[in-house]
Design a protein around this ligand. Structure first.
Ligand code: FMN
Ligand code: SF4
Ligand code: SF4
Ligand code: FES
Length: 596
């Protein structure tokens, strides 16, 4: 049936958690009650990227974008927009810097500079309906590959595209596939790495929830290219919606002959199985992931041999990230040359970033490589929240580093990020402002890696713990200048001697903050002061007598009753008894309590 209008309702995890499924049902009811079923279709889609403003409803083809929509708004959308042709003004997005309402999706600064290749179908098609994928060139690339291309031609096209692995390492995908063809074996495997362990990253989850067939199609293409008939998707069990959508997609693809035996009558067989991971960060590392697929403890092994030679059950295996794979069908359909033209010379294409932290527009953004951090943070991201000052952006998750203001105009790609002491990683991008303490941030990431270390090698297991102890000492005001040198020396040694990427990159947040924010470390050590006012042991709370009206709010919330004063008289904090929990600071409505 062809409809005049579609209401695209986001069904990504964020919006789903805010009842977008109930909203969808309400919209369907309203459409039915108003006799519009023949003209308007309401359907679920994947994530639009602008999760902070969810649940999102987009009216297509008008492109009007409604934000923070609740099930109670369904009636008004149908009555006003669909029947009377008037936009529901109160549901439009208000641009924070201009304070202007914006109706059309393409006008919104959040979307203007984005280029959606890997996320092309997210927020656009119903991920649970293979026909919608077909209608948007779905499985066309697989058909082309199986009917017109030799395996080496497929690999060559991927090489031409310059696509590099989006899972963090940035290894050229075509080259990886080529390696796997060099080894003869009765069986080979294609593995999709959907472990996505970086805190804050959710691009892979969104692709799987919003466009699962693109990954299945890419895996089949990869299978044909390297001579594999079996694919595994290793996905963390904490992603139930992505798992459900993948299961539906695999069943539908099999039913339609896109997976299974003799695909497109070509004689090529390819099947995909899901393997659920238990959520250990180290299991995202490819050799640990392979062991986990085999049912063993998820611990990395030494390389070489690389998986392309000896992977799952000792057979040649390629491991590729979800976002890497999502690019493959487009590369085949539009050509490697087309893809190569996007981005920079050595990092072609786009990259999806999960933009979070102290930024106005939080969400998933896909941008051409080579865009500057300034464009992402100030144009797409709408700038720093509450008009605060930018301090740094943390990229690459626990393996990455913190980038200071001096690098805001650096065009970002794999190599430039490494040069400035960070890395692309899987695409986490956490914006920090003047209220963030860089020593504390380094400590936060190190706590994560210490917790997630598998313990197999000593530099990572013991070394990172020692780094964390030193950082803790500094944040508690017990650090010495020698400790700063030790952090540097030990961090470098851990990087050089750890077995896998987890240990080899874990000191990055410490080393990059030490390099670019050394003054903050020195303030903690020499002056026993946390300039951002975060490290609790170095803080004191004081009442400014001129501002205190004696409302007693602080005394009432103090858990150790260390605030004294009569009602309507100036209050006083006993510094010896104060445990620095900050409850009084939050409770005072007169800004009479200051942090020092
Ligand atoms: C500790 C650690 C965790 C990793 N986690 C992931 C992950 O969650 N997803 C991913 O695709 N790659 C992850 N990687 C990178 C993989 O080892 C591997 O390089 C990647 O899956 C290859 O795919 P690509 O070439 O398409 O990027 C991780 C690496 C390390 C060292
Ligand atoms: S809450 Fe603020 S104004 Fe009220 S007594 Fe405490 S310091 Fe004074
Ligand atoms: S910081 Fe906590 S312990 Fe100290 S005075 Fe305020 S509420 Fe009490
Ligand atoms: S989950 Fe709805 S916009 Fe991301």
């Amino acid at each position: 049936m062809s409809y005049k209008m579609h209401l695209l309702v986001c069904g990504g995890t964020g919006c789903h958690a805010s009842d977008s499924d109930v909203l969808l049902e309400k919209l369907k009811e309203e459409i039915k009650d108003n006799g519009l079923e023949a003209e308007v279709q309401a359907l679920v889609t994947g994530c639009f990227g602008f999760c902070e403003k969810g649940p999102i409803v987009k009216v297509y083809p008008d492109n009007v974008f409604y934000v923070e929509v609740t099930p109670d708004d369904a009636k008004e959308i149908v009555q006003e927009h669909l029947i009377k042709g008037r936009r529901v003004e109160r549901l439009l997005y208000v641009e924070p810097t201009l304070q202007e309402k914006m109706a059309v999706h393409h006008d919104m600064p959040f979307y203007k500079k984005q280029l959606r290749v890997a996320l092309r179908n997210c927020g656009f098609i119903d991920p649970e309906d293979i026909n919608e994928y077909f209608a948007n060139d779905g499985y066309l690339a697989l058909g082309t590959v199986l009917s017109k291309m030799k395996p080496e031609e497929v690999i060559n096209e991927v090489k031409i595209s310059g696509l590099r692995g989006r899972g963090g390492g940035g290894f050229p995908t075509g080259l990886k596939w080529d390696f796997a063809t060099k080894y003869d074996a009765d069986i080979k495997y294609v593995v999709c790495n959907a472990d996505e362990g970086d805190p804050g990253a959710f691009m892979d989850r969104s692709i799987l929830e919003g466009d699962p067939h693109s990954v299945l199609e890419a895996m089949a293409i990869a299978g044909y290219a390297i001579g594999a008939r079996i694919g595994y998707i290793y996905i963390r069990a904490e992603y139930p919606l992505a798992i459900e959508r993948l299961r539906i997609a695999i069943d539908q693809a099999k039913e339609m002959g896109m997976l299974g035996e003799n695909i497109f009558g070509s004689g090529f067989d390819f099947d995909i199985e899901l393997k659920l991971g238990a959520g250990a960060f180290v299991c995202g590392e490819e050799t640990a992931l392979i062991r986990s697929i085999e049912g063993k403890r998820g611990e990395p092994t030494t390389k070489p041999p690389f998986p392309a030679e000896s992977g799952v059950w000792g057979k040649p295996t390629i491991v590729n990230n979800v976002e890497t794979l999502a690019n493959i069908p487009v590369i085949i359909n539009r050509g490697g040359d087309w893809f190569k033209k996007i981005g920079t010379e050595k990092s072609s294409g786009t990259k999806v970033f999960a933009l979070a932290g102290k930024i106005n527009n939080v969400g998933l953004v896909e941008v051409p490589m080579g865009i500057t951090l300034r464009e992402i943070i100030y144009e797409i991201g709408g700038g720093i929240k509450n008009g605060k000052e930018y301090k740094a952006v943390q990229t690459g998750g626990p393996s990455g580093g913190c980038i200071s203001a001096q690098f805001l105009d650096t065009p970002i790609d794999y190599d430039s990020l490494i040069q400035i002491g960070s890395m692309m990683g899987s695409g986490g991008m956490i914006v920090l402002d003047e209220d963030d303490c860089m020593v504390n941030i380094a400590k936060f990431y190190l706590e994560f890696t210490v917790e997630e270390s598998c313990g197999k090698c000593t530099p990572c297991r013991v070394g990172n713990r020692r780094l964390l102890e030193i950082l803790t000492k500094i944040t508690e005001g017990r650090g010495t200048m020698e400790d700063l040198d030790l952090l540097e020396e030990l961090g470098t040694t851990i990087k050089d001697t750890s077995l896998c990427g987890l240990g080899q990159t874990a000191p990055n947040p410490v080393l990059s903050t030490l390099k670019y924010f050394r003054d903050e470390y020195e303030a903690h050590v020499k002056e026993k002061r946390c300039p951002a006012g975060v490290c609790q042991s170095l803080l004191s709370y004081e009442i400014v007598p001129d501002k205190c009206v004696g409302c007693t709010a602080c005394a009432r919330v103090c858990p150790v009753s260390c605030i004294s004063g009569k009602p309507k008289e100036v209050h006083f904090i006993d510094q010896n008894a104060c445990i620095r929990c900050g409850a009084c600071y939050d409770a005072c409505k007169f800004d009479a309590i200051i942090k020092k």
